[in-house]
Design a protein. Structure first.
Length: 150
């Protein structure tokens, strides 16, 4: 079972059998008594990959900027998300829709990889030497005396 899935491996196998018999996601969800939303997502993956939707794929696969841009442009030109996902071997049609949306919102920059992790902070100042501390103290005293005399 996938870590973030509400469907067990057995339920997935049963769903594939029901889909192959021609049953839709709504009827299949009712037959097994599971979430319609989870079954709908699984049905989309079944339509995209067939029985291979039961095979566990590595997670967090990264795609190059060029692939993302080409997919987004072709989706904007009118190709369906399902066809593009099948052609490029993507795990879901949602990737295509997400890349298209990001590209419309932010152009090419939105699809480029972002730096990982936290930004580097400013460097902590090194401690002052004894001479520098005394020099600053004497400057402060001079300013105070000058202001008091005025």
């Amino acid at each position: 079972m996938r870590a973030r899935s509400s469907l067990s491996e057995h339920q997935r196998e049963q769903l594939v059998g029901l889909f192959e018999q021609g049953m839709g996601y709504h009827a299949a969800a009712n037959a097994l008594g599971v979430s319609k939303c989870a079954v709908r997502k699984f049905c989309r993956r079944f339509k995209l990959h067939g029985r291979l939707c039961l095979v566990e794929k590595p997670t967090k696969q990264q795609y190059s900027f060029e692939i993302k841009k080409e997919v987004a442009e072709r989706h904007r030109a009118g190709e369906t998300a399902m066809d593009l996902a099948r052609e490029f071997g993507l795990s879901s049609e949602q990737l295509v829709r997400g890349w298209s949306w990001k590209w419309r919102q932010g152009g090419d920059e939105a699809l480029k990889p972002k730096p990982k992790g936290r930004l580097k902070g400013s460097v902590a100042p090194k401690p002052l030497s004894e001479e520098e501390k005394l020099r600053r103290r004497s400057e402060g005293v001079r300013k105070f005396v000058c202001e008091a005399l005025i």
